[in-house]
Design a protein. Sequence first.
Lengths: 255, 305
Amino acid sequence: MQLYLYGHSLKEMLRMRRFLPWIGVALFTALMGLVWPSLVPESSAAQQYADLSSMLIFRVLALASAIYTTSIVSQEVEQKTIVFLLTRPVTRWKLLAMRYLASVTVVSIVAVMSALLLSAVVFRGHIGDNGLLSGDVKAIVIGAFCYGALFLLVSLLSSRAMIICILFAFGWELSVGNLPGDLAYLTVFSYLQALAQHPATAGGPKAKLLTGDLGTTAITPALGMQVMVITTIAVILLCLWWFSHFEYVPREDAE
Amino acid sequence: MITLQNVSRWYGQVIGLNDVTCEIGPGITALLGMNGAGKTTMMRLITGQLRPTTGALNVLGMDPFSNSNVYRRLGYCPEIDNFYEHNTGRQFVYYLARLAGYEKPGAQERTQKMLQRVGMLERADSPIASYSKGMRQRIKLAQAMLHDPDIILLDEPLNGLDPVGRREFADVLGQYAAQGKTIMISSHILYEVEQMTQSILLLHRGRLLATGDLHVIRSLLDKHPHQVRINTSEPRGLAQKLTSLPNIVSLNFMPEGDAIEVQVREPNSFYESLNRLIIDDNVKVSGFQSPDNNLESVFRYLVEA
């Protein structure tokens, strides 16, 4: 049953109509990989990849997570199809957990696909030369879990989850990580950067702003992993408990 | 099978269901009420989508909220007309069969059987987006009954069905009821409901106005005398004899000249008296009917009360 739920959710999320835009996004990151060397000709391929990965791949990760994860519950409530799911003999937490895992899988696929394409372009087809790729893949998967858990919680609590999550992904994550002091500890991005171990950008302030290098943190990969894992587990457990105990009915239908 | 004990449900400051106490057992029970009466709220409470604000609700002896043990034995056809539009009817029913706990072969078999039962085999492999209202209704019915539940709740299931479809659907429900299953059906098509059951629950503005057998409820409505139309070739002679009976409230001659309509109290006593008149006084009566001894009249009288 759980496996079927996971597989069905995965199939739905990978439908061409839903997945095609993400192929477009991945191609755009690859295109940026072609253009970037002309903007910063003095930097190495690894540096170019690191900058573009921080600027684009991790933003794609947050965006894809916001879109896929909020659809797990919100979309079903808005489309009123949630009633078919919640009146079946499937424990609510299992239903949510399987759909969450499916969304994490798809978000990881989207971001890793973008990273691979970018890497292929920047390293001229020699993906194996990219020493940062394995760290990125690890950070992407961890990030998909963590962003997914956070955004899922928002979608369970708010009817405007998508807006809130996108504001978080592009407002909070981009700006707070660049602020002086310890505020960067409050962003997921900072921990993911610690896991990915990208070198600091060689570009100017604008490049530093976009890659999140203005803030100063001393997050080690080990700390990054611990915080991400603990946060994800705590938030997802809260989500599962919440979804099992509260009502989810099509809102406008309430008599 | 289903018991509600002083159940109320509030939506903020608006009450959806107000202090309802009732029991629903095997057979078909009609849940009636105007829009906003609380029918859907009651359905959602019984299906465990909502929790009562106050009171106690039991389905098969269990609290239904988010309860898989209840859902194994409960089928629900919601009023909403929303689906995964890109799915075919077969995919949709199969998906819900899998969620009902069937493995692949069992789910395929149940899907096929239910699609056949609701008359959707031919169009089962077309996308739901291309279905008419009636087809969508049939698919909803198929998913509600596919796991052979003991309790079936149907929220406005007759909407969009053509007369033949309604007849077939009523027959299917009749078969389920004969097997001892509990079926609760909400509808505003009173005539159709009346063909299926005499057992009703009448909600009005969140309150339970009446519950039980339609004719018993009607007989208790003393404020509204029963109308009895008597077809006879001798309306004047019959009228003269009827005026001597104690239960007659009023008497009207029909414009057609071949019938009279009387309003009576205690209809059973009146029918006995009428029998005696026919036998003893050789009054010629070709037929009689009670035009307000039906669901629509009971509904109207109760709601107006």
